[in-house]
Ligand binder design. Structure first.
Ligand code: AMP
Ligand code: MG
Length: 352
């Protein structure tokens, strides 16, 4: 594995149960892509259809990886990062960048792809794991090359760039969600089926798990990933994403540092263990899970108020466990009996 890190198979466990004949049982096909595991689950006994689902989903994910990956020297994002001025980008990448700026803005910069130099400094996204804690001066120097406000898009010339030299972006916090939406739109329109698409814990489902049961997803326990905190039922078309400090991390001087950077400090976020977001699109769930991981329990209600289609569950990194849920999340979430007393409702946000 490239990082000194653990990438869990999937952050979320798909719970499939209660299938009665003649309904075919759900079949799952799993493969490796974009540095993580992907799967399609289909309730179908048509082997050819399952194979086509896999092929088409894999094609969509490869397409996004080729254009948006910072690991590929030929991707549009690498070209953008290496350019000195505005450069032409494809329609798809332009849309992706528009959405990225949107989530950066509504999160007040908690989500910020321009943190790339700091992400690499801490040993992620192709950076080398530091043996010592990065120097304060190095962090503050790199921080001056960040800020999503410096990302510029020109819708007339279809170009993208930065208004300050030394800037670069990493779409690792949002690209998988974008890829899942692409696969979802393509597959559900061309090959209708009851299906669940999963790319490294970025999930979108269509239809039902069985004729009388919606898809049910288990939320992984961030302190013991062999357990679940509970499960939620997700309606057709909905998406789920999780950001966790156990997904990807580095060890420096025997202390673990998570892969999500706090733009206010330039250090990996402390104090959060896991965030699971339910939303109407996978891109929103992906961006918001990363943003809420930075925002934390205290700032979550204000951030959720910016995104009415989004519901969330947050677990701070503290013992005993606390599970904070928004009202809409609570209605679809069934906690494991062991954690029922640990569930708290996030206060609704009231603007003063
Ligand atoms: P996720 O697992 O979806 O929360 O995304 C985490 C990934 O997003 C990291 O591995 C980085 O590539 C990138 N990232 C880290 N911190 C941030 C941040 N504050 N805003 C946006 N992207 C980030
Ligand atoms: Mg994300």
């Amino acid at each position: 594995m490239k990082f000194q890190a653990a990438i869990t198979l999937s952050i979320i466990t798909v719970i499939i149960s209660g299938c009665r004949k003649p309904t075919p049982p759900p079949v799952e096909k799993t493969w490796l892509t974009m540095g993580t595991f992907a799967s399609v689950t289909l309730r179908s006994d048509d082997a050819e259809k399952i194979e086509r689902y896999h092929t088409e989903a894999a094609r969509c994910f490869d397409e996004i990886n080729q254009t948006l990956s910072v690991y590929r020297p030929d991707s549009e994002i690498t070209q953008l990062n290496n350019a000195t001025g505005m450069i032409s980008v494809s329609e798809q990448t332009f849309q992706m960048l528009e959405k990225t700026i949107h989530y950066s803005k509504i999160s007040g910069g908690a989500f910020d792809p321009t943190l790339f130099p700091l992400i690499r400094l801490w040993g992620f996204s192709g950076g080398t794991t530091p043996t010592n804690l990065p120097e304060v001066e190095a962090i503050s120097k790199l921080r001056s090359n960040t800020g999503y406000q410096h990302m510029k898009l020109n819708p007339v010339s279809h170009t993208a760039g930065f208004d300050q030299p030394g800037m670069s972006i990493d779409l690792g916090g949002i690209a998988k969600g974008f890829a899942v939406d692409l696969a979802y739109d393509h597959l559900t329109s061309s090959l209708p089926a009851n299906t669940l698409i999963n790319l490294g814990g970025n999930i979108r489902c269509h239809g039902m798990a069985t004729p009388d049961r919606p898809w049910r997803i288990g939320v992984r326990h961030p302190f013991d990933t062999s357990k679940t905190l509970g499960a939620l039922s997700i309606a057709s078309g909905m998406s789920l994403a999780t950001s966790g400090n156990y997904e990807r991390f580095v060890y420096i001087k025997e202390k673990s540092y998570a892969h999500i950077i706090d733009p206010r400090t330039g250090y990996p976020v402390k104090g959060m263990a896991g965030v699971t977001v339910l939303s109407t699109t996978a891109i929103e769930a992906d961006a918001m899970s990363t943003a809420l991981f930075v925002a934390g329990v205290e700032n979550a209600p204000a951030l959720l108020a910016e995104c009415p289609n989004t519901q969330a569950l947050l677990v701070p990194d503290k013992n005993p466990i606390e599970i904070w849920v928004s009202e809409g999340f609570q209605t679809v979430f069934t906690p494991h009996p062991e954690y029922a007393d640990s569930v708290h409702l996030l206060d609704p946000y009231i603007e003063l």
